[in-house]
Design a protein around this ligand. Sequence first.
Ligand code: GLA
Length: 396
Amino acid sequence: MNLDARVKAVEDAFVQRFHARPEFIVRAPGRVNLIGEHTDYNEGFVFPTAIDREMIVAASPNGTNSISAYSLDYDETTDFLLDKIEKSAINSWADYLRGVLNILQKRNFKLRGFNAVLAGNVPQGAGLSSSAAYEVAIVTLCNVMNNLSISGKDSALIAQQAENEFVGMQCGIMDQFISALGQEDAALMIDCRSLDYRAVPLNLSEHGCSIVITNSGVRRGLVDSEYNARRAECSEGVKLLSKLTGRALNSLRDIGLDEFEKHTGSLPNKVVQRCRHVISENERVLAAVSALESSDLATFGRLMNESHDSLRGDFEVSCRELDVLVRLSQGHPGVMGARMTGAGFGGCTVAIMSNDAIDGFRKTVIPEYEKQTGKKAEVYVCASTAGAQLLNSVTA
Ligand code: GLA
């Protein structure tokens, strides 16, 4: 179903449930990260693009202090009062909604109660940021409904705070940032220390290429505990390197690869591996962005491959299935580069490949992957889209 048809389905469900047309319809996209993994919470660089998979919310103020929201995906309703927001249950879809409203109110924004219908098509647990899309959609909705004048950056920060404090996942800023601020046919080079960013045109069609996402069919497991463990190991690295260099480092952003290599002999092995990934990945992002700006897709692809090696070998967040899929993808003619994308431990790979190669990819790489792993993979040729937006004009 295309976006217009999905918006119409959400709008129809709203009319059926609440007997009037919704005053506001917003969308917020998922994302795919092209390069720069596990760097955001280390104050480093990332290079994601927003994709044509999104959360859509249709809503109208209801003149009360309460929220009534219906999820089309779960066929479930949640009702609660704005002044009594509690976490509902572990992993309930409603917690993202509750979390964002809770944080907005903590930040002293005055909210009106509303009725809403929600529907998303970002695959869940696939590393494409379905939760960030959901959170950013709710911030965007509240922003327009209450005239709050929240900037795109603040929308991202509020959504991240909801994920960190209410949902309880200690994610960095990348996913919410790209969902809020993405631009069509561009990836954002985000400096996660200053939150400065720059849109870099992808121009892939000029090269006859596309972004191809493949869902490995392995639902991300272990992600919370292992993610937090990696964060802790990186912080440990910062502490130890501060001592060794005699400089008070704020983050792994404050040390280059050459200086770091001088101290590896005095650091625990795991810490060396984690730090080496982050420090080298930052350098790869800078090199990849400049390759893209010089239309050098071959170098961009090579850096994607190197990023995967580093995530597998040093950061240890890949898994057997992702490695098989990446190896087969990299070996397919017409593929510039391929890597796992997102937090890891399952989820998706991302590849840049020539349009001519896509058919063969589906016909040879996917069956071979399924043969080697017993898992069903899903291929998705994605478009790079704008970030969160009010869509009323689509249906007006
Ligand atoms: C998850 C987190 C992001 C980022 C990536 C890894 O998607 O939500 O903040 O850390 O993992 O790059």
